[in-house]
Ligand binder design. Structure first.
Ligand SMILES: Nc1ncnc2c1ncn2[C@@H]1O[C@H](COP(=O)(O)OP(=O)(O)O)[C@@H](O)[C@H]1O
Ligand SMILES: [Mg+2]
Length: 262
């Protein structure tokens, strides 16, 4: 039995099949990059894995337990935490208080006193580079800092698996580099990561395996380089017409080169 297994997952919203027979395994300690065009089902899959949605087909098993039948707060106690694409901190609480709340309710939360939860929150704010704004209200934060807070809040739940939904959106180049360094350090700490990100360069740099969704179906899975060379993936991103045009252009160029050589 693998660490985390997504098996034949389907998710239907009325007439829309948002996920269709999606299967893959996540090994402990890996970084899985989940990519695909807009609307391909990435966030929906994060919602299924974190127990927010009960899939209409298939199952997700983690540490020998079926997640579909477990309420969300218990999924988090099992060791899976997530960030949200739309960031919603408790605006009136300080940054540190926002994280401390997680540290009190996460897996190890019951073992922590309030003072310990605040200490743990301070440590996590160091890790995500937010110590400088720890005592400011969350509503004061810039977008990149809100994303960092989102990661700290999820880490406060002491997860084995962390699901990150577009935490790099809106970051500039140097902030993306910082975020990548953070993901690598989390991975080194033994946290298994499932990362949804639009920025190809970032996701290719950090992932050990890439899973590609298009229109709710898994169309490719493999090492980053392998996946970027897949015709199905290039088509999903650039369109079948683009791929055909490129192939035609290459055939013409090859024919000319062959003629020139003669
Ligand atoms: N709660 C919902 N109710 C109805 N349709 C939804 C819901 N959540 C997502 N969808 C639809 O499912 C499809 C996949 O959405 P989503 O998972 O958000 O894609 P992605 O994150 O890859 O951009 C979209 O067509 C979206 O409109
Ligand atoms: Mg999304």
């Amino acid at each position: 039995m693998s660490f985390l297994e997504i098996r034949g997952v389907g998710m239907r919203f009325g007439g829309l099949q948002a996920l269709d027979d999606v299967s893959f395994r996540v090994e402990r300690g890996s970084v899985v990059g989940l990519i695909g065009p807009n609307g391909s089902g990435k966030t929906t899959l994060m919602n299924v894995i974190s127990g927010v949605y009960k899939p209409t087909a298939g199952s997700v098993t983690f540490a020998d337990k079926t997640i579909a039948n477990v309420p969300t707060h218990q999924v988090c106690r099992l060791g899976i935490a997530r960030t949200f694409q739309i960031v919603k901190p408790f605006a009136s609480l300080t940054v540190r208080e926002n994280v401390a709340v997680g540290a009190m309710y996460g897996r190890d939360g019951a073992k922590r006193t309030t003072a310990q939860a605040f200490d743990h929150a301070s440590e996590l704010l160091e890790i995500v580079s937010l110590a400088r704004v720890a005592d400011r209200p969350a509503s004061d934060l810039t977008i990149p800092d809100r994303k960092r807070l989102e990661v700290a809040k999820a880490l406060a739940l002491d997860p084995d698996v962390l699901l990150l939904d577009e935490v790099m959106a809106g970051l500039n180049a140097s902030e993306v580099d910082e975020a990548l360094a953070l993901l690598r350090s989390l991975s080194e700490r033994g946290v298994t990561l499932i990362v949804v990100e639009h920025l190809m360069k970032a996701i290719m740099a950090v992932s050990t395996t890439i899973v590609v969704l298009a229109e709710g179906k898994k169309i490719a899975e493999g090492a980053p380089l392998e996946v970027t060379q897949s015709r199905a993936v290039i088509e999903a991103y650039l369109g079948a017409r683009y791929v055909k045009r490129q192939e035609a252009a290459r055939a013409v160029a090859d024919a000319r080169a062959a003629e020139g050589a003669r």
